[in-house]
Design a protein around this ligand. Sequence first.
Ligand SMILES: *Cc1c(COP(=O)(O)O)cnc(C)c1O
Length: 228
Amino acid sequence: MHKIQDRITQVNIRIKNAASNAGRNPQAITLLAVSKRQPNALIQAAYDAGLRDFGENYLQEAVEKIAVLAMPEARWHFIGPIQSNKTRAIAEHFQWVHSVDRLKIAQRLSEQRSPALPPLQICLQVNIDNEDTKSGVNVTELETLALAVAELPHLQLRGLMTIPATQYTADNSPFVRLQTLFERLKKHPQLANMDTLSMGMSGDMEDAIAAGSTQVRIGTALFGERTH
Ligand SMILES: *Cc1c(COP(=O)(O)O)cnc(C)c1O
């Protein structure tokens, strides 16, 4: 129990230091606990210690956790690749989706989101380094996608998400490039309300916070190595 509390404290210190180095308010940065492939007891302990935002990549695993864990105030974020046949369950069980990268998926999520629920909160995943193996919309197609997603009734477009290539140099930070794209998109009146940059993981949260991250997605630094 205090182990997880210690880890949360350590991660919060990293966030605070990075924010302070960047002249930013640490309160503007949400800690999203990435709980994929972690034991339920540990996730519950993190919730009991006060965390409220949890990220999951695998639908079946996530739906089971949401059902059995006693986390009534948790906000669940879907952050993994999305196949069309998974959109209905995602629209039903999650509050946020960070990994929308094509219009068809966004349209299905909007159609399948119950109008009785608040709109699903959406980030578009950007393939910032144009990697063949990575999900995400290409930079050249981002603006068209963002303008189309902003029109969908049961979604609220909040911003952008990225998972950069593991190697990058300080003078070519993928986080700075994402922030530049974000600011450019926000010049469209329909996109001016976007407020979320989902970027930064256990190994690179400082660079992401320096570039304006508002949600860091942290797995191993909080929970340790994944179990399977
Ligand atoms: C697994 C995962 C993370 C967490 O990565 P860590 O390096 O364990 O912090 C963050 N974002 C996404 C999209 C992931 O799949």
